[in-house]
Design a protein around this ligand. Structure first.
Ligand code: NAP
Length: 259
């Protein structure tokens, strides 16, 4: 399928690895020029070089922390006007509801709610003026079904989901869509670190922890960054203009719900 976005330009945040990288690769495959970001420069440059070589698109790499005002300013200046925005950042650490301080909550809200909102506030006016735009926020299955040990993530991402629900319906008349992609367990460094936590808590090795978690998913396997990226590219495509304010779950059927 021709996604109809060849020659457009996207900013994909937190994209040197994992799901962000999967989204960047799928957009590059569709012929989209990219600005990609992560904090660590080495992996970011490696990803940028790979995408340029594989897909022959322009890739600008900006090493910065997207959750800080200074980092965002650097990324936004390098990006200029973009047609497509994919927001993403690392997730908050696991823990227990009684452990978290106000500072922990502020950090989680900054990373997983206020940062994507600030990026949308920066990019939406240009998209509206040009009468075309796509925003995809990488959130989490935890907004549909809370993950007990990820209370910081549950809280921050639900706040973002509420903001998107209202805002998506205000910008749609300008040809701009905003949707959220909700990952369940995917085979990335983040999943590996959560497997590590399970292994430690249950006194088992990493492979056994992964096997047990995979057994809880109807597909009996973790998702891949490639599958996740393909869904993102479709939402960013010219074909997806009638998909507005949706929360699309990619979890191998793990959340047991009829709708
Ligand atoms: P990952 O494999 O750990 O990759 C995270 C990427 O984001 C890396 O490129 C990392 O590079 C970059 N990054 C992290 N913090 C950043 C920051 N402050 N500023 C800029 N870049 C940053 O994680 P992932 O699995 O792709 O997860 C992506 C998001 O989806 C996370 O919020 C995660 O919580 C959520 N999620 C993941 C899963 C899953 O199973 N994988 C499930 C549900 C939700 P640097 O470290 O160099 O900055």
């Amino acid at each position: 399928m021709d996604l109809g976005i060849k020659g457009k330009k996207a900013l994909v945040c937190a994209a040197s690895k994992g799901l962000g990288r999967g989204c960047a690769a799928a957009l590059a495959e569709a012929g989209v020029d990219l600005v990609i970001n992560a904090r660590g420069d080495a992996a970011l440059q490696e990803t940028a070089a790979h995408l340029r070589k594989t897909y022959r698109v322009e890739v600008t790499a900006v090493a910065a922390d997207i959750t800080t005002q200074a980092g965002r300013a650097e990324v936004l200046t390098a990006a200029g006007d973009v047609d497509i925005l994919v927001t993403n950042a690392g997730g908050p650490p696991p823990g227990l509801w009684s452990d978290w301080s106000r500072d922990d909550f502020i950090k989680a809200l900054d990373g997983n709610m206020l940062t994507p909102i600030a990026l949308m506030q920066a990019m939406l006016p240009g998209m509206i003026a040009r009468k075309w735009g796509r925003v995809v926020n990488i959130t989490s299955g935890s907004v549909k079904a809370p993950i007990p040990q990820l209370g910081l993530s549950n809280a921050a991402r639900t706040g973002l989901t509420g903001f998107v629900a209202g805002t998506a319906r205000q910008v749609a008349e300008h040809g701009v869509t905003i949707n959220n992609l909700l990952p369940g367990i995917h085979d990335t460094d983040r999943a590996l670190s959560l497997d590590g936590g399970v292994a430690k808590a249950q006194g088992i090795d990493l492979a056994e922890a992964k096997k047990r978690r995979a057994a809880t998913i109807p597909t009996r396997r973790y998702g891949t960054a490639e599958e996740f990226g393909a869904a993102c590219a479709f939402l960013c495509s010219n074909k997806a203009g009638y998909i507005v304010g949706q929360n699309i779950l990619l979890d191998g059927g793990a959340i047991n719900a009829t709708i």
